[in-house]
Every structure is written in structure tokens, then in C-alpha cells.
Design a protein around this ligand. Structure first.
Ligand code: SER
Length: 888
């Protein structure tokens, strides 16, 4: 069963059992105690702790996760990955063990043709926490698991927490027995490699405090008893696909095999190489997903995680290929292609992802070059002084300044007959780590900015928001930040963040973009406000630039928002509510809001749906929105208790954090939503809403975009003018345009085919002269030449085969030719039987050519193909092949 299908079945099963399916949150954790999301439950932490009221009490998700704590284990075991996806079902105070356990068992043991995963119960074992008699009884009496298949394990294995203060609880895990070939009998307690954990059911009921490892105090019970389950999608895929490890599953396996092809290695021949290939396959995918979520390589936090992963991939690829060819571009492409079914948004982001990864690969190549020069100098100095040991300080400098991994230094030193003082190196590393730790502690775990905002909030109190009614206010400057530090004055040109006691500026939230405008201190200075954010609840931070003069703490500023922009944003926001209601009317209540953005003249609305809407549905929704808005319904906002609002049927956005008092925005009874945003007074203000189309942005999430008001009118008017022009150009009435274009396209395609045929035959005519021009090296006839201009990859292969055929089998023949279709050089090499007998292999020769072209390739011994990135190097590549043949 394909990985994507496993995910679909999982969500479908829990949806059928009353859960709301929610999309994966970004890999970048919103939680300030974490850098990246390491588990499926992270986005729901506030619901477990009772800090927020969840809009749904049971949900299911497939969450993207990153864990690098076991990075050294990746590739060595069958199951460690830096990126993985966690299937999870969650209950926030709804059901507990008595339902979570049977649900899990039902899904994994129900036969495949009845919608389950069809795993043989005889292959399953379960564990429960030491004193959890209740869970054991459910497994034994309710589910029917044989008592000898239930084991009790301690805190290390069967107690789960996030590694930081927060929710925690005992858990029960389900294991799959891979069979006697993988280790000793005796269940999960005996052997972790033979019995792989596939599903962890956490009974989240306590809150833990600070501590290290499993040594922490339990602060008390959580307000409710909850369920958090996590099943590694890749591990389950390995089981369901009958492969040995997660790296060989359908998705990761593709990168692994491509990496083997490119580096000229073979997976399964040599364990050391296999580990490297698995590392590459895992890491490339992690890098793609991290960059996809907006992480950029850097020297700290998430940026460092990404950099480390990329550098490890490059290093392993170099070790595998024995050269310094750049392979990441191609592997990135394979990885995006393999993941696009589950995350279609990767296709939109492909260009950015390639850009970031290509640049990092190039920078690291420069780093390695610079480091190699330093290495050479130190090695020479050491030898000149009669020594044989490369000092720990030099190895440390290489590591620290040039990012040289120590194993690279060790290897290069060994090649020069030197050893490295590794002990001294490790001591220096430790010293650096200790200093960094102390620094981080001083900076409160690197959360300097959040703590700064915390202090500002404490000092100034929560900002009073006046923007529901006012566009201007007299406000006092209560705090200012320039370059990450609190300052008493900001001067012309400074980028500044300003805290006011009260403000008419709306801070970006709930999809509504922030207001822009000005803060004017009479006789002193003016600040242009470009953005407003709330880094902490209640704290409005006005970000902008001091346009002139200066502003000083405690000054009274005249705050004015750009009302034209605000009104345009409000039109989009109100239109979003109408669109949400119309979509639900059309698709049913499962069309839940998954995100939105309201900007001037334009809206974006994401919602859950498992298939495309189709043009007819879209037109119907658009018509409903426009009909309703023309009815000029008043838009009313009112504060109410959360319970009352939910009773009224107000729609809540999942993942939003609601307090006990909420704002409810009503458009009669057509649309009722919890919403903190600002809106038009009545719907006719929207003028017109034009849907611009619909697309998929992730598993089960669709996106609709729309133009609103004058922007919608302008778009329609532009389109009408465009159709008018087409009608003139094609000399056809408007309604006949589609047919006219169809017929033109088919004629064009026929003509192109004809041209293509002619061109190919012209290219092939070159075969005779090329064969005649063959050069002799010893017994071997060699043709090494670029193909005629304009040859495609396909032409190239045909031409090479034709030339080889013309040169016969009297002696060894090698034909190597290049072409540059689409600006990327391609080389094809064919050798005849006599050449193969003489030990000449096309695959090897392609390796020689591709290296010169800055790429890779491979193929069969008789014909092989490769490519690269530098079209300027084709002559050099052909020369290299000819020289290799000449050398014999
Ligand atoms: N939080 C648990 C885990 O990550 C179950 O989801 O294993």
C-alpha cells in the first residue's frame, strides 16, 4: 500500500468515527519552547493544558515532524529519520483509554479490502506502563489480546512527555514482529529491532515541570483526561510494503536509488555505503520539507538544523562518488516529485526550494575549497617541523571557521600519513559547547526577543484596541525597540517597533492583514507604520520607520490609520465570511476553515475538502455570494460568552485560540462566526466578489482565491477587453472562440510534428559523415563529437546508435556525443560488442564525461547517458572520453 494511501485511510477511518480532520501545522513550531515540531500533538498543546478551548473535542491529523536528536542513528537502524510524518488521533477530554485502544486495534487489523491496514494480529504485541492495570485489562478483555502478548515497561519506554514542561502521561504501544530473522524472541521487552514500535497511545493526564530526561516532577493533573496517539507513517509504510527499513519505502526509496545511480554505487552491496545512501535519502527529504516551510540555512536554531542536514548530505554524496560533483539539485527534484502527492504545495515552491538548496551546496563547496587550502598549509607546516600529528587546535579551527566535519579532517590527514590529536579537538569542542550553554542560559534559552516583549508587556500593560470604532487616537508611546533592544528615543531612518497605550491599528491576526498609517508627535517627528503584530497576546507592536525628526518614550503621538486600505481589507474579510458560508451550504459542514488571508482587494480562503470543487460548483458558490451580498445584509459584531456563541452555531476556526469571551460576527443568520477582525457595516459595500479559481494546497486542503470590490470589477473589465481583442485577432465572434482556438491548436500540433520529423531526419543525416570521421586509437575507432545543433535527447540517442551501427563489429567502437537540449548538456555513449569484450564500458565513460559537465549519469555497459549543468564544458567532456579510450 502506498504511503499516501495509508495516510488517506487513517484520516478516513477517524473521520468516520466522529473526528474532525485537521491539516498539518508548519514544521516551524509556534511553541517558544521548541524550534521545530517533533510530534503530532504539538499544535494541540494548549488544549491539553486547558489554556484554550478546543473547537472540536476529537481530531485526527497527519503532522510533519522533524527530530534531530538521533541524527547519528539515521541510516544505521531501520527506523530513524530526521523528517517523518505522524498519524495521530486526539481527544481533548472526550474519550479516553476505553475507546482509544479498541479504535487503534480495529484500524490496524481490519482487512485491507474493508478499509483497514490488514495486519495479522498474530504479529502484534503491546506494552503498557508498569502500573497501568486499566490499559492491560482493556487490551486483554475488550480487544482480546492474549495475556502473554502484553508486556509492562517502565518510564523510559512507556511514559511520554515533550521533553519540556507541559502535558505528559503513561502510554501503551503497539509493536510489529518482523520475525526471527531480525532478532531474539521475547517481545518488545527483549528486542527493539525485531519488534518495531508502530503506534504510541499516550494517556495524557498530568502536567510535568522542569527536569532532565525522565527525571521531572509531576505538577498535577490536567483539567481533563486526554488522548494523544502517534503512529509513524514511514514505519507503518515499511511494514505494509514488506521492506526492511523506512528508507526503502516508496517515497524515500526513490531518492535513495537515484543517489546510488548518480554516485555510481549500488544499494545493498556494502553496508557502509548503504548507510550513507540512507542518510542522503532521509536528509534530502528533510531539507526539502524544511525549506518548503520557510527555513533558510543559517548558523543557529532551525537554520542550523537545515544547514547541518544539507552538509551531511553533501559530505556523504562526496564520499559515495569519490568526487566533488554537485548532485543535490537532481535529488531535490526527485524528492519533491515523490512528496508532491501528499504536499502538492511543494510544486509551487519548487523554484525557491531549489534556489536555497543549490546556493547552500555551492557555498559549502567553497567552504570545503577554502578549508582544503588551510588544511594543506597546516599539513605542510607539520611535516616541515618533522611532526606527524595534526594539532587539535588546527582541527578545531577547520571545524569552527570552515565548518569542516572532523571525520573529513581525519580522513584527509590519514591520506597524508598524519594523525590528528582528536582528544585535544574534542576538549576544545566541549569547551565551546559549555560556553554556548552558559550564554544561552544567560539569554534565557535564546528567546531573548520574546522575553523582551514580555518585559514590555509587563511595563506597559495590554494595548487598548480602539480600531473597531476609531481610525485615529491620541496615544502615549510606552515602549520602543530598535535592533532588538529597548530604547528611549528613535531617530530619522531608524527601523523601530513601538508600543502604545491604545491604538486604532489592527494587528495582523485571523487572516486579516495589519493596518498601515502614521504616528505623528507634534513638533518632534513622524513614524510610518508598515506592519503591526502581536508577538504576545494583548501586546500590539507597531513596526515602521522614523520618517523625520525623532520620537521619544512617553511622547503623545497622533495615531492615524490608512482608512482606504482598511476599508478594502474589511471588504475582503466580510467577503471571506460569505464565501465560507456559501461553501458550507454547497459542500456540507465538513468544509471547515483551515486558514485565510484578507488583503486589500483580494482574499484567500483555505478549507478542508477531499476533492476539487469543479467549475460548476464554483460558479454556484460565486453566484450565491453575490446574490446574498446584493441583499445588503447588516454586519453586526458583538461580544458574547464562548458557550453562548457556540450554541448559536457560530463557526470557529480550528487552531485559533479563543478565550472565554469572544466576538461574534453576524450577517443575519446567513453567516455567524467567531472573529476578532473588522468588517464592513453591510454586505452591499462589497460591490462584487469574483472567484479566481481553486487549487489544492496539501492533503485534504483546498484554496479558493477571489477579487473583491473595485479589484473584482477591474479584473472582469480587463478580461472582457482581452476577449474582445482575441475575437478581433481571430476574426471570430466571442462565443466561437474556444472552437476556433481548438482547431488552430490541432493544426499547429500537426505542423510541429512535421517539423520535428524533418529536423530529426536532418540530424540523422549527420550519421554518415560522423562515422567517416572516426579516429583510431590502437584498435579502437572513436567518434567523439557534439551532435548537430538543435538535437533533442531522443535524437542524440538515435544518432549515436546509428553511427555505432555504421562502424560495424570488426574492432572495438566507441561513439560519444553530446547535445544541449534546454540549456543542460547531455552526453550519450554507445560501445559495440567488440569494445565491451575489450573491457570498455559505456557506463564508466559516461561517468568521465558527466564529471567534466558537472553532473552524473550511468547506464548499461553498451549504452549509457549522463548530464550536467555546464554547457560550456562539452568539448572538454568529449576530449576526456577520447583520452580515456586512448589510454586504454
Ligand atoms: N506524542 C506521542 C509521540 O510523539 C504520541 O503522539 O510518540
Amino acid at each position: 500500500m502506498e504511503t499516501a494511501e495509508i495516510a488517506r485511510r487513517f484520516l478516513g477511518f477517524f473521520e468516520k468515527n466522529g473526528h474532525t480532520v485537521v491539516p498539518s501545522a508548519s514544521l516551524i513550531a509556534e511553541d517558544p519552547t521548541l524550534l521545530l515540531v517533533p510530534a503530532g500533538m504539538v499544535p494541540f498543546k494548549p488544549y491539553f493544558l486547558g489554556e484554550r478551548t478546543p473547537p472540536h473535542s476529537t481530531v485526527a491529523s497527519v503532522q510533519k515532524c522533524i527530530r534531530t536528536i538521533d541524527i547519528e542513528e539515521v541510516g544505521k537502524t531501520s527506523r530513524h529519520a530526521t523528517f517523518f510524518q505522524m498519524l495521530g488521533n486526539f481527544s481533548f477530554g472526550d474519550y479516553f483509554k476505553e475507546r482509544a485502544i479498541p479504535l487503534a486495534w480495529e484500524l490496524i487489523t481490519t482487512p485491507v479490502d474493508q478499509g483497514g491496514f490488514g495486519i495479522d494480529p498474530e504479529k502484534l504485541w503491546v506494552t503498557v506502563y508498569l502500573d497501568d492495570d486499566e490499559a492491560e485489562a482493556i487490551w486483554r478483555d475488550k480487544v482480546g489480546v492474549r495475556p502473554e502478548r502484553i508486556q509492562r515497561l517502565g518510564k523510559e519506554e512507556n511514559y511520554w512527555d515533550m521533553g519540556v514542561p507541559g502535558p505528559c502521561g503513561p502510554c501503551s504501544e503497539i509493536f510489529y514482529d518482523r520475525g526471527p530473522a531480525y532478532g531474539a524472541e521475547g517481545g518488545p521487552a527483549a528486542d527493539e529491532d525485531r519488534y518495531v514500535e508502530i503506534w504510541n497511545l499516550v494517556f495524557m493526564q498530568y502536567e510535568r515541570g522542569e527536569g532532565s530526561g525522565k527525571d521531572y516532577p509531576i505538577l498535577g493533573e490536567l483539567p481533563k483526561r486526554n488522548i494523544d496517539t502517534g503512529m509513524g507513517l514511514e514505519r507503518l509504510a515499511a511494514v505494509m510494503q514488506g521492506v526492511d527499513n523506512i528508507y526503502e519505502t516508496d517515497i524515500i526509496g526513490r531518492v535513495l536509488h537515484r543517489a546510488a545511480d548518480l554516485t555510481g554505487t549500488r544499494y545493498g552491496e556494502n553496508e557502509e555505503q548503504d548507510v550513507m545512501l540512507r542518510v542522503v535519502a532521509d536528509h534530502v527529504r528533510s531539507a526539502v520539507m524544511l525549506v518548503g516551510d520557510g527555513v533558510k540555512p543559517g548558523n543557529e536554531k532551525a537554520g542550523y538544523v537545515l544547514r547541518r542536514i544539507l552538509r551531511r548530505s553533501i559530505r556523504n554524496l562526496r564520499l559515495l562518488s569519490g568526487g566533488d560533483t554537485a548532485f543535490l539539485h537532481e535529488l531535490t527534484e526527485v524528492s519533491i516529485d515523490a512528496m508532491k502527492d501528499i504536499y502538492p504545495e511543494l510544486l509551487d515552491k519548487a523554484e525557491t526550494i531549489h534556489g536555497v538548496i543549490d546556493t547552500e551546496e555551492k557555498n559549502f563547496a567553497d567552504t570545503l575549497r577554502a578549508g582544503t587550502t588551510l588544511f594543506g598549509r597546516v599539513a605542510e607546516r607539520t611535516r616541515a617541523a618533522g611532526g606527524t600529528v595534526f594539532s587539535g587546535a588546527d582541527a578545531f579551527q577547520l571545524h569552527d571557521t570552515y565548518g569542516f566535519p572532523i571525520d573529513l579532517t581525519l580522513e584527509m590527514a590519514a591520506e597524508q600519513g598524519l594523525s590528528v590529536d582528536e582528544k585535544a579537538f574534542r576538549e576544545l569542542m566541549q569547551r565551546q559547547k559549555d560556553t554556548a550553554k552558559a550564554d544561552a542560559k544567560a539569554k534565557k534559552l535564546g528567546n531573548a526577543d520574546i522575553s523582551l516583549y514580555g518585559r514590555l508587556l509587563e511595563g506597559a500593560g495590554a494595548t487598548d484596541f480602539l480600531g473597531y470604532t476609531d481610525a485615529e487616537s491620541e496615544s502615549q508611546i510606552k515602549g520602543m525597540v530598535v535592533d532588538g533592544a529597548s530604547v528611549p528615543v528613535a531617530r530619522a531612518g531608524d527601523k523601530v517597533e513601538i508600543i502604545l497605550d491604545r491604538t486604532p491599528f489592527y494587528a495582523e491576526s485571523g487572516g486579516q492583514l495589519a493596518d498601515t498609517g502614521t504616528l505623528t508627535v507634534d513638533g518632534r517627528g513622524v513614524v510610518d507604520v508598515e506592519d503591526v503584530q502581536k508577538p504576545l497576546p494583548g501586546l500590539f507592536v507597531h513596526r515602521g520607520t522614523v520618517r523625520s525628526g525623532e520620537v521619544v518614550l512617553d511622547d503623545t503621538a497622533h495615531a492615524t490609520i490608512d482608512t482606504g486600505r482598511r476599508h478594502a481589507i474589511e471588504r475582503s474579510h466580510s467577503a471571506t465570511h460569505l464565501l465560507h458560508a456559501a461553501l458550507r451550504n454547497s459542500l456540507g459542514p465538513s468544509a471547515g476553515q483551515a486558514g485565510s488571508e484578507n488583503r486589500p482587494g483580494h482574499l484567500r480562503f483555505d478549507f478542508t475538502a477531499d476533492h476539487a470543487l469543479g467549475d460548476d460548483r464554483l460558479t454556484e458558490v460565486e453566484e450565491e455570494v453575490n446574490t446574498v451580498l446584493a441583499g445588503d445584509i447588516p454586519v453586526q459584531s458583538q461580544e458574547r460568552g464562548l458557550d453562548e456563541a457556540l450554541r448559536m452555531g457560530a463557526l470557529a476556526m480550528f487552531g485559533e485560540k479563543y478565550g472565554d469571551r469572544v466576538r461574534v460576527v453576524e450577517m443575519s443568520d446567513y453567516s455567524i462566526e467567531l472573529c476578532g477582525g473588522t468588517h464592513v457595516p453591510s454586505t452591499a459595500r462589497l460591490g462584487i466578489v469574483k472567484l479566481l479559481g481553486e487549487s489544492s494546497i496539501g492533503s485534504g486542503v483546498r484554496r479558493v482565491e477571489a477579487a473583491v470590490g473595485v479589484d473584482a470589477f477591474r479584473r472582469l473589465s480587463r478580461e472582457s477587453a482581452l476577449v474582445g481583442r482575441l475575437s478581433e485577432q481571430l476574426k471570430a465572434p466571442r462565443e466561437e472562440l474556444p472552437e476556433r482556438i481548438d482547431s488552430m491548436l490541432s493544426r499547429l500540433r500537426a505542423a510541429e510534428k512535421e517539423i520535428e520529423k524533418l529536423r530529426a531526419s536532418q540530424v540523422l543525416q549527420a550519421a554518415g559523415p560522423l562515422a567517416e570521421g572516426a579516429r583510431r586509437h590502437g584498435d579502437t575507432l572513436v567518434v567523439a563529437s557534439p551532435a548537430p545543433e538543435g538535437a533533442s535527447g531522443d535524437d542524440l540517442r538515435k544518432l549515436v546508435m546509428d553511427v555505432r551501427g555504421r562502424l560495424g563489429e570488426d574492432g572495438p567502437v566507441v561513439v560519444a556525443m553530446t547535445a544541449v537540449p534546454k540549456d543542460r548538456p547531455v552526453v550519450v555513449i554507445a560501445v559495440n560488442k567488440a569494445a565491451q569484450k575489450a573491457g570498455i564500458k559505456a557506463g564508466e565513460l559516461v561517468g568521465v564525461a558527466a564529471r567534466a559537465l558537472g553532473g552524473g549519469g550511468g547506464g548499461r555497459p553498451d549504452i549509457a547517458q549522463g548530464g550536467g549543468s555546464d554547457p560550456g564544458k562539452v568539448d572538454e567532456a568529449l576530449r576526456a572520453v577520447e583520452e580515456r579510450v586512448a589510454r586504454g
